[in-house]
Write a protein that binds this ligand. Structure first.
Ligand code: 5GP
Length: 120
């Protein structure tokens, strides 16, 4: 499937508008972080940009480079605040069908709290 257009009614856009409740753990002017509804690890948090970001890594351009850097740093900050630094954690961005991407609003998974197994 080609990279889809941004859907302003995707679930994360609705979470940003508080149309769908979420358990927020962090937010600033650029990003919101909240607990995944179907956690794949003891700690599973999603960090999403506010506004209309690229739908995926595949849709990102050079202009998104500063935001992508800050997204990774925000994931690391959230991981630290969640007490994951000592045990370690994983930051994941799924892009497209083979990665199992289901929400087409760029997002970073922060996973930790127990050994996570192989990366793929
Ligand atoms: P993806 O597979 O696109 O990389 O990740 C999307 C994630 O969003 C999945 O891990 C899924 O569990 C999570 N998710 C989907 N709908 C909701 C929701 O309504 N609330 C929350 N908190 N997470 C959701």
């Amino acid at each position: 499937m080609p990279v889809p257009a941004y859907d302003p009614n995707n679930v994360f856009a609705r979470i940003l508008r508080d149309e769908i409740p979420s358990q927020r753990v962090y937010e600033d002017a650029e990003f919101v972080a909240f607990r995944d509804i179907a956690p794949a690890a003891p700690v599973h948090i999603l960090v999403i940009p506010r506004g209309v970001p690229p739908v995926s890594a595949a849709a990102a351009t050079e202009a998104d480079a500063p935001m992508l850097g800050r997204l990774l740093l925000t994931g690391a900050r959230v991981a630290s605040e969640q007490g994951l630094v000592e045990g370690g954690y994983r930051l994941v961005i799924n892009s497209g069908d083979h990665a199992g991407q289901t929400v087409h609003h760029l997002h970073l998974h922060v996973l930790g709290g127990a050994p996570l197994g192989p990366v793929a």
